[in-house]
Design a protein around this ligand. Structure first.
Ligand code: SF4
Ligand code: SF4
Length: 389
């Protein structure tokens, strides 16, 4: 069997498979069994990094509550054939010392991690990479003033974690640079894809290169632009010559990225990603052509809901409005409309969400929770106007 190439994981001394596995979407599966099968499949393929988080919880389509960390931990514990320590990334929303300690305590418990320094899940040794999850302006201010950075350093010295890191998103470029400059973090996870290269070569600073040059391992997320693009991908492909394979290959071709966590949801998706990762990379001319193609459509994708559900990991609307569902539907309608496609089905589907949309009192409490800074109340109002009967 052809083996995935490995890349240097920053200055950690580790080598990481260039394709890794993001366990965020285990909460979006039809049932929990599929989650266990997927994680086992991933390990069968020799992937050596799994990326989960304390907040990746939810209800499967069949209504079972699932916790990504629990599934990942149970699968690792059940394996007797792992030949090397797995790199397990998990993340917590703890930005002060007590929050950080509590989030880490729960994550270790859910994953079933034991030991200090030399960590294990069951009989299998692991390397625990622990992230401050989703650094943004407010969270970074809290981290800097609360002593959480020093505590993170100590947690490594105490052996409760092996490698400290953080994740962040497109809008927090200043905070990302500042966090890298602290020298505390050894790994960073950032979104980057063919349609949005603002944290890479299109940014004022190429933050992927900046992190790489300072010895950080770089995990790339959102190679496919986030979950929400999947349902409209058919329409996108009618306008531009870019398929999933090209999107993944684009990220894999970036020399500053250590590993791409493409976020496959099903075994067949991961198999396809693996085939891409094992194949040839595009040359410079092909990469330039891909960028030109992507830029035809990129402006239409900027202000869309990605159905990522980050906003409801720690927040729920006081009026019980299922705002991500409304925004996801409205965003699909917007992109199809912009591309001149048939949109009648969206009006029909909105009928099921209309009563929910009417409950929104435009209080704005949800606004700080959207990773894409979407104007949620305005989008709900527009959805009512354009899709309501
Ligand atoms: S603006 Fe609307 S959706 Fe957002 S929290 Fe307020 S009521 Fe809920
Ligand atoms: S509202 Fe924002 S954070 Fe929530 S699902 Fe949509 S894009 Fe993601």
């Amino acid at each position: 069997m052809k083996q995935l190439k490995r890349r240097k994981f920053g200055a950690t001394g580790l080598q990481v498979t260039e394709l890794s596995f993001g366990a965020m979407n285990l909460r979006l599966l039809d049932n929990a069994t599929e989650g266990y099968q997927l994680v086992n499949y991933v390990l069968d393929q020799g992937i050596n990094l799994i990326d989960t988080a304390r907040a990746y919880n939810g209800l499967t389509k069949s209504g079972e509550p699932v916790e990504s960390e629990v599934i990942v931990g149970e699968v690792i514990r059940s394996r007797t054939d792992l030949k090397e320590p797995l790199i397990v990334v998990t993340k917590g929303h703890g930005y002060t010392v007590p929050e950080l300690e509590e989030e880490l305590r729960i994550s270790r418990e859910k994953l079933g991690i034991t030991g200090r320094g030399a960590l294990r899940i069951g009989n299998n040794p692991i390397i625990l990479v622990y992230f401050l999850h989703g650094i943004n302006e407010e969270r970074w201010a809290k981290v800097k003033s609360s002593g959480a950075l020093d505590r993170l350093r100590e947690l490594k010295e105490e052996g409760l974690i092996n490698i400290p890191g953080f994740s962040s998103h497109y809008y927090s470029r200043k905070e990302i640079k500042e966090a890298i400059d602290t020298g505390v973090f050894e790994v960073v996870e950032l979104p980057y894809n063919i349609f949005n290269r603002i944290l890479g070569e299109d940014g004022e600073i190429n933050l992927l290169a900046y992190a790489y040059e300072r010895g950080l391992g770089v995990i790339n997320m959102k190679a496919f632009g986030g979950n929400g693009l999947a349902p409209v991908f058919g329409a996108i492909q009618e306008c531009v010559d870019i398929d999933h394979r090209a999107m993944l290959n684009f990220c894999l071709a970036n020399p500053y990225i250590s590993t791409v966590d493409a976020g496959a949801r099903y075994i067949h998706e991961f198999r396809e990603d693996l085939e891409t990762a094992l194949g040839e990379r595009p040359d410079q001319a092909q990469l330039e052509r891909l960028k030109q193609e992507a830029d035809i459509i990129a402006p239409h994708l900027r202000h869309l809901c990605r159905d990522c559900l980050h906003c409801v990991e720690k927040f729920s609307c006081p009026q019980e409005v299922d705002f991500p569902a409304i925004l996801a539907l409205y965003s699909r309608y917007l992109i199809k409309n912009a591309l001149g496609k048939e949109v009648a089905e969206y009006k029909e589907r909105f009928a099921e969400l209309a009563a929910d949309a009417e409950k929104c009192i435009e209080c704005g409490e949800c606004l700080p929770w959207c990773e894409y800074k979407l104007q949620i109340p305005q989008m709900i109002a527009k959805a009512r106007e354009e899709l309501g009967s």
